[in-house]
Design a protein around this ligand. Structure first.
Ligand SMILES: [Zn+2]
Length: 303
């Protein structure tokens, strides 16, 4: 981890507990929060004990000061404001984004930035009974998970009445380290039961209608289009294809609106609804064989 950087967004109960345990693990830790420390914070956020309340102190200023003074080998940099779309440029400087915010709006903004810039991210929420972790890395995104119920998601942090327990902080830290070293794939959901320490884990599949994924996939597709055209081979059949069916027959196929993108033998292929096949890395013969196999259920196609 010594060469990795992480951007912590939200330095409340979970964020500050994570920060306290982050020393010496990462090369650089960025901290985003616009809050001023209040006396009532100290119950759930003991990290801020020692704060001088004679004048307003921001959580970020306190955290950066405290953590940098420990000389742990990790460099801490602070951003004394709430994270907005204007901060996507800052996000790009970090390897991993950790979302410890406590509201759905912030999570949606962070998710948009991560999908747009293909940034690995972990979304964390905690309530009295359980903790929720969701990992994103070019996978199903936070919006795929909550797109139909995002207004009803109960946020955890506000309901906490005591500071996060050590077992949970260790669990969080271990899994973020595993994720940073690519031992945990994107799309993984974990539910940690705080009383019996049991972990429920599953993989989330991309929601093919997720507007965040579709928007940015199409943007990336368009950006790569010219590059792909110049090195690829294009076949046009001029007829509508059943992409859903093709996608179900291909491993790893991802459907984005009117396009299907998949990999075969580490070579990428794009298929549009209108039957344009766009290949990269294939020879004409290989591509021809693949097309024949793909459309064999439709013998009327013409090259
Ligand atoms: Zn999505």
């Amino acid at each position: 981890m010594e060469n990795k950087s992480i951007l912590v967004i939200g330095a409340g109960a979970v964020g500050s507990a994570f920060l306290e345990s982050s020393q010496g693990i990462f090369k650089k830790v960025g901290i985003f929060d616009g809050d001023i420390i209040s006396k009532s914070n100290l119950i759930t956020q003991p990290f801020y004990k020692g704060c001088d309340f004679s004048s307003p102190v921001s959580k970020v200023a306190f955290a950066v000061n405290k953590l940098n003074s420990l000389n742990s080998g990790t460099e801490y940099e602070g951003y004394e404001r709430y994270f907005t779309e204007k901060d996507f440029e800052t996000m790009k400087e970090y390897d991993i984004i950790a979302d410890f915010t406590d509201n759905v709006n912030s999570r949606k903004i962070i998710n948009n930035g991560c999908v747009k810039y293909r940034k690995a991210a972990v979304f964390v929420s905690l309530n009295e009974k359980e903790a929720f972790l969701f990992f994103y890395r070019e996978s199903a995104c936070f919006n795929c998970l909550f797109r139909n119920s995002i207004g009803h998601v109960k946020e955890g942090c506000e309901s906490i009445v005591s500071a996060p327990k050590n077992e949970f902080v260790s669990f969080l830290k271990e899994n973020i380290i595993e994720f940073a070293s690519s031992k945990i794939d994107g799309g993984r959901i974990m539910l940690f039961n705080l009383s019996n320490k049991r972990v429920l884990s599953s993989m989330l599949k991309k929601d093919m209608e997720c507007e965040v994924c579709v928007k940015h996939a199409m943007k990336n597709f368009e950006d790569g289009f010219l590059q792909v055209c110049s090195s690829g081979i294009k076949f046009s059949y001029g007829k509508k294809l059943n992409l859903k069916e093709l996608s179900s027959r291909l491993s790893g196929g991802i459907l984005y609106g009117e396009y299907l993108i998949f990999n075969q033998n580490n070579k990428s292929m794009l298929v549009s609804l209108d039957g344009d096949f766009l290949f990269t890395g294939y020879s004409r013969e290989e591509a021809g064989r693949l097309i024949t196999a793909l459309v064999s259920q439709n013998p009327k196609h013409k090259e």
